[in-house]
Design a protein around this ligand. Sequence first.
Ligand code: FAD
Ligand code: SF4
Length: 507
Amino acid sequence: IRNLCLVFGDQLDQQSNLFTDFDPQQDALWMAEVSDESSNPASSKQRTVLFLSAMRHFAQWIERQDWPLVYYSIIEQFGSFSDVLAQTLQDYSVQQIRCVLPGDYRVLQALQNFCKQQQIELIVLPDSHFIAEQGEFQNWANNRQQLRMEYWYRQLRKRCNILMNNGKPEGGKWNYDADNRKAFGKAGPPQIPIPCDFLEDDIVQQVRKDVEQYLPNLPGNLPRFFWPVDRQQALQALQDFIDRRLPTFGDYQDAMWKGEPWLFHSRISMAINLKLLHPMEVIQAAENAYRQGRAPLNAVEGFIRQILGWREYIRGIYWLQREQWSQFNALDNQRDLPQMYWDGKTQMNCMQQSLKQVLDYGYGHHIQRLMITGLYALLAEVEPQQIEAWYLAMYVDAVAWVEVPNTLGMSQFADGGILASKPYIASGNYIKKMSNYCDGCAFNPKNASGDKACPMTTLYWHFIYRHQDWLQEHPRLAMQVKHWHNKSAEEQAAILQKAAQIFQNQV
Ligand code: FAD
Ligand code: SF4
């Protein structure tokens, strides 16, 4: 084999750079299902079935091209990529290994070490499945004191001519976020279209069996599996969103509702992350809907900002800080992740609702991740790397480059503010405003102490108290420190006592 071309589980890209000068007469493709990727660190049942099913579908596509493929299934029980690659090098004479930049720095390092040991050349090709070009983020970030997503987003919008009108942003404003924070109010959500699901085909059913047999004890549940596993299904899922949910996406982007896991969200992050959909085709589909009058500007701009802005920005930051993430703990949080994250058992209704859908389907929308499950871990002083491992394990769309900065940076402020200008903190009052989770909950979001004290509210004030020294210097949070000092000494003591109880007993 002249070039052994590695295709990782999150690189199922029919336009991959690997194929540019691929010669089926001399080269071969290589894919491997290895157990470390599912068990060390853990990966949930939903996430594992998604990855393995999509890989096997992609292998079928490769075979249809008549390209040679070396494929190792989980049945062969290889532990790591290095173990299985060593086997390949024994079985075949390989001149060079090629891959597209992996989505996990840890995998890149392992591969580089392996090739060094084996004295075989490794060529790492750039990943063309993003909108930023190679080095573009680094150049933008150089000489900037603060890296704010908004300015990066504007640069990409101009360069790619997305939602632009004669060099000006469409509608006159770059950002319609202020229109995108509506709650549902007492009446509840408008009619939510049921999203298109995909039936388990033969491949998915076989993967389900293999996972039960060879990867027992993975976290989470698998009551049903319905995620897109190939390009055709991914395109269908995209179309379904554009036609039926995009028009309402903007208004209710931040809202939450009991028993409604999807609301008006796109549910396509996993398909983009596995490279079944290109981010640019997703953006263009949304822009076309706006240009054809099928969706309003606030929805389309809001949606495009998530992908062109946030997604590309997060990736840039991941690679910029690649060496540091595993050590970041700016707030010095040292507690263990509460058991409820693994079994969903808690009296906190907001947590119970958000955890249950992650355990069952591997999905939570952004505000549930940031302002419920992430917020609680932050306020409960969970060691950031423990909550990070949980996010990587549980969500079907979790890949290191996107999950790590979102969790450690945006949600846990473990990077001390490289990614976000302030910690995302709130009390139970925010959750009450944005959802109906508090109705019928055992706690009262207004109470910070006493029997009915809402743990979010108690721990919010505890956070302000604990970090008051630096928060009082922060332009957007200093006021909260003042509010803390305006409380009576008895009230403060009662809140701190309640916080101590929560840390001890959990809820
Ligand atoms: P929608 O709400 O419909 O948004 C549209 C698309 O925008 C998403 O599909 C996604 O591709 C992109 N997007 C939106 N926000 C972000 C963001 N902050 N970063 C990157 N892309 C974004 N996203 C992942 O893809 N994988 C993860 O592992 C992941 N972990 C997260 C962990 C935490 C703690 C937080 C706060 C966010 C995380 N996100 C992650 C970002 C975001 O929550 C998900 O992309 C989104 O909820 C996916 O659901 P959706 O496809 O219905 O998104
Ligand atoms: Fe969550 Fe507190 Fe509201 Fe209960 S009262 S749902 S714990 S925010």
